[in-house]
Design a protein around this ligand. Sequence first.
Ligand SMILES: *Cc1c(COP(=O)(O)O)cnc(C)c1O
Length: 373
Amino acid sequence: MISFLDLQAVNGRWAEDIRKSLARVADSGWYLRGEETKSFEQAYASYIGTSHAISCANGLDALNLILQAYRMTGRLKEGDEVIFPANTFIASVLAITSNRLKAVPADVDEDTLELDESCLEKALTARTRAVMLVHLYGKSAFTKDIADFCHRHHLLLIEDNAQAHGCLARTQEGWRRTGSLGDAAGHSFYPGKNLGAMGDAGAVTTDDEELAALVRQLANYGFSEKYVCPFQGRNSRLDELQAAVLQVRLAHLDEDNAHRRRVAEVYRRQIVNPKVRIPVRTTDDDRDDVYHIFPVFCAERDRLKAYLREKGVETLIHYPIPPHLQQCYAGQLAPAGSLPVTERLASTELSLPMSPVLSLEDAAAVADLVNRF
Ligand SMILES: *Cc1c(COP(=O)(O)O)cnc(C)c1O
């Protein structure tokens, strides 16, 4: 059996360090807003390359807190439009709509699976105020054209970096990490992400001092100081146990991502089935890929999935129903059929096993099976 992602093995590699960290917190008697959280935030900000990292309870909250803060400062107003890539995970959209902003899906480019300037151009209206850029599958979605587009139209550039910790993109100032490319970024440390905790966890990164302070305040009830509440916040805190685990995992993130790239190379080199399309390589141009997911596309996706399962290979689908076709957004985002690329991707996508502990032999065996389909 080749599993999609063996988290026991992923975290088992650092079992000793993780146990020590957990014990340190347990023995300390201090479980929230303490030294572990502070050192993780410092380490993560310095890793991403922003002046601030504010930890919070999960990735959805990270995006929510960013948008709530912009709503409070008046930078975003009720009904303002936020463009997002139509093929993203539902959380990107939930954050927009729950802040009473209008979520506007833009269809993506079929080859890169991401937004380009022409996609944005089509979704732009007089009420557009922000772009939510999602580095989906671990691949940087940032381009100079997108940055210029946002600049030209005075739009906020908000990154959803839940799937791309450690990924790089070329900017005017050289290579920078995703999460440091726009005005603010939300990160998720859900256990299965490239940088994963042992439970829920998330963070906001930004260079904007005012935004950082507001996000920090909002995540702790809105308190300006203890029991003083100038505005309505929420409870979205990272706990010390997760912060301790994340420090262990962060120290190994680059080597984990390097292994994911090696697995991806095996898939790229060895999969030659004309029925199966593999994503174009973007890593030779101005952006990097940390392969959170290795998606392939096949018209007979369900049959391919069943075939691989029968041969002992576990696969997943990211994602079977795009946000605009979800029942929760019925009649709200875009009608069925209006985002043809996204809809086609959703009905043909299959995610092959991918993790920092998948052996290259197993990856080769998966590729071989895909070829025999
Ligand atoms: C995982 C994920 C989120 C949400 O993160 P949680 O920590 O699960 O709340 C948001 N956006 C994308 C693209 C994700 O993959």
